[in-house]
Design a protein around this ligand. Structure first.
Ligand code: ASP
Length: 335
């Protein structure tokens, strides 16, 4: 690690809220707190060791619980990151975020940021006021990863609980545990511990500079519908009536759906709605023409993307003007 202060990397820390900036009245509480209330300056002050990792420029982009993240805020965040990374005096960006929608924001940035400089997201499962809060070490590790040469060109990364994940693969897998984030199909990219960054593998699919997507100003309406025992077609029909442009199926098993939903989706497709099949299972992939006949139905398979990430990709594809099933299938097989 670099020790001379004026040669340390220059990193921007963009805070958006979340539990990492959460506060409870009682240190023994790890639930029932308010997320997104502690400002970025206080978060940084709590970790004096950050000063020996990087020179920091901090910005408060938002102060929200990430359950309230919006596409409009994604547009602001992605553009701000691009603007900062275009500056010669910024070597990388760290984003602090809530855990609830972290995987969606991370994948959105992975596909829209136009820079090879490191972008690392981090978060916390316990509020900043808690005994054994996990935020300070996650923040230190995120800056350590963003300051490392190996992180460049790897797309958007997540530093969480000593692991480094790719934005494409990572997902929240626990409602309370400090090791809440996993990459179920591909595994983590590497680890970060005590100042050491160790990548074990790299990202294969295109992202950032190689991605065809730019962040939209206007976001197409895309919603998610699950299949389950006894599901009715009411949600699909209501969404079509509301003018939805795309629907992602959180299907059973390998992206299958009840006969009732299959008919509702066929009708929706007939009215110009794009339908993507993903799975509610949590790991594994959805095969084209596997558990449902995509060719006959006009549907698209999401591969290994979970429903929430498939929604992000479908929104970007539709915003780019791609809405036919073959064009969308190419996109889902590429990204
Ligand atoms: N509700 C919080 C959020 O996503 C949860 C967290 O950050 O852990 O903002």
């Amino acid at each position: 690690m670099n020790t001379s202060l004026d040669t340390l990397p220059r990193l921007a820390v963009l805070a958006t809220g979340g539990t990492i900036a959460g506060q409870a009245g009682d240190a023994s509480r790890t639930a029932g707190y308010k997320a997104g209330v502690v400002g970025v300056d206080k978060l940084l002050e709590a970790v004096p060791a950050l000063g020996s990792v990087a020179r920091i420029h901090a910005e408060q982009i938002a102060s929200i619980d990430s359950k309230d993240m919006t596409p409009a805020l994604w547009t602001t965040l992605s553009r701000r990151i691009d603007a900062l990374l275009a500056q010669d005096d910024i070597d990388g960006v760290v984003v602090t975020h809530g855990t609830d929608t972290l995987e969606e924001t991370a994948y959105l940035l992975h596909l829209t940021v136009k820079s090879a400089k490191p972008v690392v997201l981090t978060a916390a499962m316990r509020p900043s006021s808690a005994l054994s809060a996990d935020g300070p070490l996650n923040l230190l590790n995120a800056l350590t990863v963003a300051a490392s040469r190996q992180a460049a060109g790897q797309g958007v990364l997540i530093a969480f609980n000593n692991l480094i994940h790719s934005a494409r693969e990572v997902t929240k897998t626990s409602t309370y545990a400090v090791d809440a984030f996993r990459s179920p199909e591909a595994g983590a990219l590497g680890f970060v511990q005590d100042g050491r960054v160790d990548f074990q593998r790299t990202v294969v699919r295109p992202h950032t500079l190689a991605s065809e997507f730019t962040v939209p100003q206007d976001w197409p309406m895309v919603e998610i519908v699950a299949s389950y025992a006894g599901v009715s077609r009411v949600p699909v029909d209501a969404l079509v009536g509301a003018g939805v442009k795309g629907i992602v199926l959180a299907g059973t098993g390998n992206g299958s759906m009840s006969s009732t939903l299959a008919q509702a989706f066929a009708d929706a497709i007939g009215r110009g709605v794009a339908v993507v099949r993903s799975s509610r299972v949590g790991s594994g992939h959805v095969m084209r023409n596997g558990a449902a006949p995509d060719d006959a139905l006009g549907t698209v398979s999401a591969g290994t993307l979970n429903p929430y990430k498939a929604r992000v990709l479908l929104q970007l594809a539709l915003a780019r003007g791609v809405s036919d099933a073959p064009g969308l299938q190419r996109i889902f097989e590429t990204y």
